[in-house]
Design a protein around this ligand. Structure first.
Ligand SMILES: Cc1cc2nc3c(=O)[nH]c(=O)nc-3n(C[C@H](O)[C@H](O)[C@H](O)COP(=O)(O)OP(=O)(O)OC[C@H]3O[C@@H](n4cnc5c(N)ncnc54)[C@H](O)[C@@H]3O)c2cc1C
Length: 389
């Protein structure tokens, strides 16, 4: 067991700290003040692209990957550091985002070329997103109702999605739909729907209590026609029920990342609490110190669970329990840390004049996205006693 991180990773974390402080914190505070996502044309996104961010891991047709793959542990440590400064800004940044893994693992070569190609060396900020959640299907993703009907050599999609990150600015949305709602998960498939496709519309940016830097958007699909080539994995997937499993696999891989973001936010809340308590002579009160100690202990515990989930993923070993545990523990810890801060700061926080109030609003989503705390605990319990998910 080795708790040391190498020099290269240490430098990356250090660079993330500098970037977070210089760019992410101010951008997040401004979006929160305005109560609106960072606009598409904001120079912040041009700077992201200029720094080489927002690129796909896919090397491009006929090219072989030359750069070393980024380990999950590295993603966790960098994500924790950036989320310390602003988690909403992380999600706002351009790139192929959540569906990239699905396309890499299941997409045909033509689909990689068409949908990931523009992200190899993006000429401008570009986004893509994954549309799973619906007004009637959140935790129970198997209940989704967006219908895909075969029509000649293509597909017709009808339905509605909500809370989809970056949907109105995405080049394409990977839409999860069902061929037959009565068949549950086995009938689900994913389809690429490009911006401007007739019938894709009704975009509405949701009102959120926190994480205002990025848009969460609802939209509708009314007789949206996509060619057969837009079924993820190609026609071979028509008969295969791997669609739902792949969607779920994405979430499994994402949970430790969300969890490490929550650890970063918990650390930020803790630091703000200690700073405030120090500035206001509260640290000589034993009960204040006790609470700071309790939260610090939980933050460290959450961090270790996250890193273990990531380390297992890097070893390509099963990590379902650890991935769910990391998310359940870290999201709860971030809420406790923000609550401590809010209570210490008191009336100043209530007026919205202190960062802790924003953190308090931001952290709640960490318990909701990609599987709520309750759902994580259910997954852990079922797995522990040997029941299927
Ligand atoms: C900020 C934000 C960003 C998001 N981004 C995306 C995105 O990019 N793409 C996307 O597809 N979705 C996204 N979502 C949606 C998110 O995945 C869902 O909100 C989440 O899955 C919960 O679904 P729900 O809100 O419908 O709650 P519900 O499923 O209706 O749950 C309501 C409550 O009941 C509890 N509950 C539900 N079922 C059970 C059960 N069986 N046992 C015990 N308790 C249960 C839940 O834990 C929760 O507390 C986002 C949501 C938020 C808030």
């Amino acid at each position: 067991m080795d708790f040391e991180i190498g020099e290269r990773l240490r430098r990356r974390v250090e660079e993330s700290r500098e970037l977070g402080e210089k760019e992410f914190r101010p951008a997040g505070l401004e979006a929160d003040r305005l109560g609106a996502p960072i606009p598409v044309g904001d120079p912040f996104f041009d700077r992201c692209v200029a720094r080489g961010e927002g690129r796909t891991r896919w090397p491009g047709t006929g090219r072989t990957e030359t750069s070393e793959p980024v380990s999950v542990v590295e993603k966790l440590l960098v994500g924790e550091e950036l989320a310390y400064w602003d988690r909403g800004v992380i999600i706002s940044t351009p790139g192929p985002g959540l569906p990239e893994d699905n396309v890499l693992s299941m997409g045909t070569e033509e689909q990689k070329e068409r949908f990931l190609g523009p992200f190899v060396e993006p000429d401008k900020p570009r986004w893509a997103c994954f549309g799973m959640t619906e007004p009637g299907a959140g935790s129970d993703a198997a209940a989704l109702r967006t219908l895909a009907r075969k029509d000649g050599d293509g597909w017709i999609l009808n339905g509605a999605k909500c809370f989809i990150g970056g949907a109105s600015r995405s080049d394409w949305i990977l839409v999860q739909a069902t061929l037959d709602p009565s068949q549950g998960r086995a009938a689900q498939r994913a389809f690429f729907v490009e911006r401007g496709t007739p019938g894709l519309g009704g975009f509405k940016i949701e009102k959120k209590m926190g994480l205002k830097a990025y848009e969460s958007t609802s939209f509708t699909l009314e007789n949206v026609r996509v060619p057969a080539t837009h079924l993820l994995g190609g026609e071979a997937r028509y008969e295969s029920s791997a669609g739902f499993k792949t969607a779920m696999a994405t979430f499994n891989a994402g949970r430790p990342v969300i969890a490490s973001n929550a650890v970063g936010m918990a650390r930020a809340a803790l630091d703000e609490s200690i700073r405030y308590a120090s500035d206001h002579d509260l640290l000589d009160r034993e009960r204040v110190r006790d609470r700071i100690e309790a939260i610090s202990r939980r933050v460290r515990k959450a961090r270790l669970v996250c890193l273990r989930a990531g380390w297992l993923a890097d070893q390509e070993r099963p990590n379902i329990i650890e991935a769910s545990m990391s998310k359940a523990v870290a999201a709860q810890c971030a809420q406790e840390a923000a609550t401590l801060g809010l209570e210490l700061v008191g009336t100043l926080a209530a007026t919205g004049e202190h960062l802790i109030e924003k953190l308090y609003r931001d952290v709640k989503a960490m318990d909701i996205v990609e599987g709520t705390g309750q759902i994580q605990r259910m997954i852990i319990a079922r797995k522990l006693v040997g029941l299927p998910r």
